[in-house]
Design a protein around this ligand. Structure first.
Ligand code: ADP
Length: 439
């Protein structure tokens, strides 16, 4: 119910005016002047109030300055209503802005489409993933993307709400498209780039297949020898010979498992911080590795060492041992008898340090060089196995170097040998005298 108390003041004012006019009329007999005077006063008051109202109406967010109740009460109410709706719409705009920001921040494409297929709205990721442009708003998503999976996804309400597809316009991109019903007239279509995920999945499958295959080969050999041992006719010497033959495949399996465990540890442990890296006497480390490599070589190779013994490096000794040992043993394995192996450890420009292994062996054809650090990638599988390789050595070396913020460089020519260089940044190098000062 409208509260009309504020009108009472106005009626009172009219009554006083009429009473004054009546009194004036009675006293003077000038009824015309009395009536006109009362009307003029009333109109002047309301005229001024109207002007105040009109001025306020231009800026309705400022406080109205009407004075009489008849004007002041309704304008104050109007003012409060305008302020209220203004703050409600400000709140709505803020909510809309944060929703828009949310949609724009999504890494996945989000498109709102009508059930008829027309595009209502989409986010920035939709432009990148689906190639939508501002002109496409209102167009049909199905005819824009022209893919049977999209047609099926948007045409069937009951069918599958998830499809995987490759759009003709982006052939190298695997997409996953999901349909979510917003209401009876609209869908939200979410699109995710799953190229990387698919690659990781297939890498994992390849990895498991490779490991199984690598383990099965020596295992089959061992099983063969075990079967042969069941022969009751065998004498003690023959049995011993069979046991000896089992040693090589068993060692191969052990080497493979050791490398797998090391690689897994390297991949799963966090990159060490500079403070976790202790100064390592690389000269002594290389000497230790070369002593082992000479055993493997059996005197068939000549080792030339050019080592700066004053140059140390901050690192993890066991990891660097594996990384360098893989390069040196590869040089032995892939070099013919009599081949020289040159090993250097020297400072480079700007305080950097470089470890390199140069052999004069079989070399690697250019097309293989970019792939040899992949797990289980071998240029020649049979020859790698015969030479005792696991196919994981260079993957381990690359990983160790990555954890030391360093890089592996490979130069090679088929038939004339290879050079593998490990390049360490200046922040990891330290001279022996600096080390002594710190100690
Ligand atoms: P593997 O255990 O088979 O040696 P690696 O990861 O150490 O595995 O090396 C991968 C492949 O790179 C090897 O199979 C071989 O084909 C090639 N390779 C590595 N080092 C050399 C080298 N010094 N000379 C020629 N080929 C090499």
């Amino acid at each position: 119910m409208i509260d009309s108390a504020w009108l009472r003041g106005e009626w009172l004012r009219i009554a006083i005016l009429l009473a004054a006019a009546l009194l004036f009329g009675l006293l003077t007999g000038l009824w015309g002047y009395a009536g006109f005077g009362a009307l003029a006063i009333w109109l002047t008051v309301h005229g001024r109030e109207f002007v105040r109202f009109a001025r306020w109406a231009v800026h309705p967010l400022s406080r109205p300055d009407n004075r009489t109740d008849a004007w002041q009460v309704p304008t104050a109410r109007l003012y409060r209503a305008i302020r209220g709706s203004r703050s409600r719409s400000a709140r709505l705009i803020a909510e809309l802005r944060s929703l828009t920001a949310l949609a724009e921040a999504l890494p996945d494409a989000a498109v709102v489409v009508r059930t008829s297929g027309e595009i209502e709205a989409y986010n920035v990721a939709a432009q990148a993933l689906l190639g939508l442009t501002t002109r496409d708003r209102g167009n049909n998503l199905v005819s824009l993307l022209r893919h049977p999976a999209v047609t099926a996804l948007l045409s069937s309400r009951g069918g599958s709400d998830l499809v995987e597809l490759v759009l003709p316009r982006y052939p190298s991109r695997n997409l996953e498209m999901r349909r979510i019903e917003i209401d009876s007239r609209r869908y939200l279509v979410l699109v995710r780039d799953i190229t990387q995920l698919n690659r990781l999945l297939s890498m994992r499958q390849d990895f498991v297949a490779n490991v199984s295959h690598e383990l099965r080969t020596p295992l089959t050999v061992i099983l063969g020898y075990l079967e042969a041992m069941e022969d009751p006719q065998l004498d003690a010497d023959e049995r011993r010979a069979l046991v000896d033959r089992m040693r090589a495949p068993a060692n191969r399996m052990k080497a493979l498992v050791d490398d797998l465990l090391l690689l897994t540890r390297l991949e799963s442990s966090p990159t060490p911080a500079l403070d976790d890296l202790a100064p390592i006497d690389v000269g002594a480390l290389i000497t230790d590795i070369v002593t082992d490599a000479k055993q493997l070589s059996g005197g068939r190779h000549k080792f030339n060492l050019d080592i700066d013994r004053t140059l140390l490096i901050r690192g993890l000794r066991s990891e660097l041992y594996s990384a360098f040992a893989n390069l040196i043993t590869n040089a032995v394995r892939y070099s013919p008898d009599g081949g020289a192996i040159d090993i250097t450890w020297q400072p480079g420009d700007g305080g950097t340090a470089h470890f390199s292994v140069r052999d004069h062996g079989v070399g690697i054809a250019a097309e293989h060089i970019s792939r040899i650090t992949e797990r289980f990638y071998r240029v020649d599988l049979a020859s790698s196995r015969v030479r005792g390789g696991t196919g994981l050595g260079l993957a381990i070396t690359k990983h160790v170097l990555k954890r030391h913020d360093s890089t592996l460089e490979v130069e090679s020519r088929l038939g004339s040998g290879s050079r593998f260089s490990c390049n360490f940044p200046a922040r990891l190098t330290i001279t022996r005298s600096e080390h002594k000062e710190l100690a």
